[in-house]
Ligand binder design. Structure first.
Ligand code: SF4
Length: 314
């Protein structure tokens, strides 16, 4: 879930991402937080305190994430608390399954959820359920999208995230077609980050970026033609010639992360200087100052030859 649906679709307002716990009713083959499942959930009081601190520090968007944040019994109360604290935007990052219940949808919308950010990793039940390791998850997530659209008459922004892995990259165009048909506001295709389950199952999960690019660009084209917002993440511009403006990273607002009582004030700095990596040849690239490079784990397996400077600096 983290590293994933992190677009600001509305504005550049500072954002806080709160990891409320790591429990999940899926067990995705690529889950980056799978190693943290046994960590205790944050308490209601801890989260309320973090919300107040973040708002006082200037954050105006909150993203509840995990784990699957909708498994918490207090999730609607937390959404309502965030709204009362003053956050204009309250986003729920979710696998979407809880939204298959119309009753749950009504409650969380009434509480004040303003952005629905579900994940969909396949265009068919067979593929999606295989990746989530949970039979029936595709049906529930798709029903959740239908339910939210129905209740809000299509007015609430739905931002989807699809994690690009070996099993699904050839089907990205089909996923884009499905999402366009479902009427989402924006779709994102995020290259897998090899931590947690994705690190453990690296060989069967992480594809080579150059193999993925033709399918990503076809998926981008489908969304562009359908006039739907679309982004891709963790694929550097040297691999996306002609599609540079659909790269998510430069548009991600400044974000503070609250995780297990720790505060990271500027997650963008962590991405740029710790979690991702650049190479000696990048110094000759015109994108050097804005490009974050691939996730640090990637070249351990695939090397850095794919990343060739776009233009020699004078
Ligand atoms: S800076 Fe490096 S990784 Fe980024 S686009 Fe240029 S060559 Fe590629």
């Amino acid at each position: 879930m983290p590293d994933q649906a992190n677009q600001c679709y509305t504005c550049g307002a500072r954002r806080v991402a709160i990891f409320v716990g790591y429990s999940c009713n899926n067990n995705c083959r690529f889950c980056v937080v799978a190693d943290k499942r046994s960590f205790a959930d944050r308490t209601t009081e801890q989260i309320q305190k973090e919300l107040k601190e973040a708002y006082a520090g200037g954050a105006r968007q909150v993203v509840f994430t995990g784990g699957e944040c909708t498994l918490r019994k207090d999730i609607c109360g937390l959404v309502s608390f965030a709204k009362k604290t003053g956050f204009p935007s309250v986003q729920i990052q979710t696998n979407g399954r809880s939204f298959s219940s119309m009753e749950f949808c009504k409650k969380i919308l009434l509480a004040g959820m303003s952005v629905f950010a579900p994940s969909l990793h396949g265009a068919t039940a067979d593929l999606h359920d295989e990746l989530t390791c949970k039979k029936g998850s595709f049906r529930q997530t798709v029903l959740g999208i239908h339910n939210v659209r129905k209740l809000t008459k299509g007015k609430l922004p739905i931002l989807t995230n699809t994690v690009i892995v070996k099993k699904n990259y050839r089907f990205l165009p089909e996923i884009a077609r499905l999402l366009a048909g479902l009427g989402v506001y924006q779709m994102q295709f995020a290259f897998v980050h090899a931590q947690g389950n994705a690190g453990r199952f690296y060989k069967s999960v992480v594809p080579r970026k150059t193999d993925v690019v033709p399918y990503v660009t076809e998926a981008l084209d489908i969304a562009i033609r359908a006039k739907i917002g679309v982004m891709t993440e963790a694929i550097p511009p040297c691999l996306l010639k002609g599609y540079e403006k659909y790269i998510a990273e430069p548009g991600i607002p400044s974000t503070e992360v609250r995780e297990q009582g720790r505060l990271v004030e500027r997650f963008e700095d962590v991405r740029m200087h710790e979690a991702k990596i650049k190479f000696p040849q990048c110094r000759r690239c015109r994108y050097d100052s804005i490009c974050e490079g691939p996730w640090r784990e990637y070249p351990v397996f695939y090397g850095n030859k794919e990343f060739q400077p776009v233009t020699i600096k004078k």
